[in-house]
Design a protein around this ligand. Structure first.
Ligand code: R5P
Length: 314
């Protein structure tokens, strides 16, 4: 029985996903109480023995980012001091990923690397994550990283709709590799928007490379944060003659004006993978939530057996 050798715990970032992953594995969720002391410090207490067990801690470092990150670190420390045999941080959404380089000599940190250092220093032995903002972040960790992709989840969702005249559009050049994989998986055309970021909240949209006129467009990105990039791209795509537009993303961070921008956008559908909970943030019959629990369930099962998680990219 898996429960003899393995425990899956979670912090407060995404209880539903953690429960769905346990369900996929046929396990009861592990017992960990993750609360706050009166002064706001994080308190973790395990309700079961993890000595000698293979422990998986599910926690997205989504908003409130620093609270969720700190919960993950404290949980790792707790499990380590409780003599687990191995600790895997399962981080469906790895926050701080967009701070991954010092561009043009700017006096800025590389926070993605620092966060990776913290996770390793706390005592994680492995990491499993989904659609990192860029693949190179795997190398920021000096422990094995299993990178799971949401591609097949998103492509399967759209395949079922049997849509014609499809074009997958990348809202910026950075997301083009992902959009290309989706376009191949769907047998669709590919286009990209030329976007420049002016600040954290503001982007400037230029032109579209590729033809979208008369097509049904799926705009696919890894992250929707303030929603600026994708909603501006949606308008441009329609201005250039697309028949309809759908927005898809792996990590629905949805901060600041995102919900307002999405609801005001002309998109027919918002397809979000559930690495981050959207319940209570956006209520619209245009929202489709796609589960990543089977993908993480499979990764956890395979890691526990020391088996390959397989090529899960498209
Ligand atoms: C950028 O490279 C990312 O892929 C997203 O396009 C971006 O971070 C989304 O941010 P926002 O929703 O705030 O425009």
């Amino acid at each position: 029985m898996l429960s003899d050798t393995m425990v899956v715990l979670n912090g407060n970032s995404n209880h539903t996903l953690a429960a769905d992953i346990c369900n996929d594995l046929g396990l009861e969720p592990g017992r960990a109480e993750v609360t706050r002391f009166p002064d706001g410090e994080i308190s973790v207490s395990l309700g079961e023995d993890v000595r000698g067990k293979d422990v998986f801690i599910v926690q997205s470092t989504c908003p409130p980012v620093n609270e969720n990150l700190m919960e993950l670190l404290v949980m790792i420390d707790c499990v380590k001091r409780s003599s687990a045999a191995r600790i895997t941080a399962v981080i469906p959404y790895f926050g701080y990923a967009r701070q991954d380089r010092r561009e043009q000599g700017a006096r800025v940190p590389i926070t993605a690397k620092m966060v990776a250092n913290l996770i390793v220093a706390a005592g994680a032995d492995r990491v499993v994550t989904m659609d990192l903002h860029c693949e190179q972040i795997q190398g920021f960790f000096d422990i094995p990283v299993d990178h799971v992709y949401a591609g097949s989840i998103i492509v399967d969702h759209f395949r079922k709709k049997e849509m014609n005249d499809l074009v997958v559009v990348s809202p910026d050049v950075g997301a083009i590799k992902m959009a290309r994989a989706y376009s191949r998986g769907l047998g669709a055309r590919l286009a990209t928007v030329d976007k420049r970021r002016v600040s954290g909240e503001k982007t400037e949209i230029g032109f579209i490379i590729g033809d979208v006129a008369g097509m049904n467009a799926i705009l696919a990105d890894d992250v929707i944060a303030t929603g600026g990039s994708i909603t501006e791209a949606a308008r441009l795509v329609l201005d250039k003659g697309a028949k309809s537009v759908i927005l898809a993303c792996t990590h629905p961070v949805l901060c600041g004006p995102a919900v307002e921008r999405l609801l005001a956008s002309p998109a027919q559908e918002f397809a979000f993978v559930d690495t981050i909970p959207v319940d209570g943030k956006i209520s619209s019959d245009r929202v489709s939530v796609l589960s990543c629990a089977p993908a993480f369930g499979n990764a956890i099962r395979q890691i526990h057996k020391s088996a390959s998680i397989g090529r899960n990219s498209l």
